[in-house]
Design a protein around this ligand. Structure first.
Ligand SMILES: [Fe+2]
Length: 234
């Protein structure tokens, strides 16, 4: 009987809780740069149109087995693009708090996407990734859309770069799903962590969409003495 009286007393008490504090931990920094590089884009477009490598049936599958800088001697625009990537990388690293002296491994590879081409969902094996758009079909959509509902995720938007919520299984747990879409235009350079899953939806323009992707792997040069570096084979 006594227990029932206590329960009744609690039921009568008003419930009031503090506001609490929110910590937006583990954000995913994605940075957009809008560059004015018409001349460079024109030279790169001529390079992509004229090089027989980009007309091969398997050019998309083979796009990341080379480094575009192999052609830098004959295509000066590639050296300029590399310089732009590095300048923006410096900016991005400063923003995410990576500071110091590094050994940098950098790969630049092409994305020549003919009509109807798409890129399945994937991420990159490096620390930081970037993409620069040389030629795209004009889009009426904003450059970046990040406030869509989950229903909009399934709409077949043309030529969109979809960025997925990187949290483990986030898209399987109702209420946590987030995505963002980039509707690229020439001159846009986008930086993101390489772990971020992304995909590209098909476009219907007659001309190929042209972009250059870059991967960056950074190793600190001032290693602490207890980290012994050695060659290892297995
Ligand atoms: Fe990618």
């Amino acid at each position: 009987m006594k227990r029932n009286v206590e329960e009744q007393t609690f039921r009568q008490l008003p419930i009031s809780v503090p506001e609490g504090t929110t910590h937006a931990l583990f954000p995913t920094p994605v940075k957009l740069f809008e560059l004015e590089e018409d001349e460079m884009n024109a030279e790169l477009a001529v390079f992509f149109a004229g090089n027989p490598r980009f007309r091969k049936a398997d050019q998309a599958e083979m796009s990341d087995v080379h480094n575009l800088m192999e052609y830098a001697a004959e295509v000066p625009a590639l050296t300029r693009l590399e310089g732009l990537f590095l300048a923006c990388l410096k900016n991005y690293c400063r923003e995410i708090g990576w500071q110091g002296e590094f050994d940098l491994a950098m790969q630049m590879f092409p994305n020549v996407a003919p009509k109807g081409h798409y890129v399945p969902s994937h991420n990159h094996v490096s620390h930081i990734s970037a993409v620069y758009y040389v030629h795209t079909r004009p889009s009426e959509r904003p450059l970046l859309v990040s406030d869509e509902s989950v229903r909009d995720y399934w709409r077949p938007d043309e030529g969109a770069l979809i960025l997925h919520d990187p949290r483990f299984n986030a898209s399987l747990q109702g209420g946590w799903q987030y995505h963002a879409k980039v509707f690229p235009r020439p001159g846009v350079m986008l930086f993101f962590p390489s772990f971020l899953w992304h995909e590209v939806t098909p476009h219907q323009a007659d001309e190929p969409r042209l972009s250059v992707a870059a991967n960056f792997t950074l190793a600190y040069r001032n290693l602490p003495p207890y980290e012994r570096h050695q060659r290892f084979s297995c």
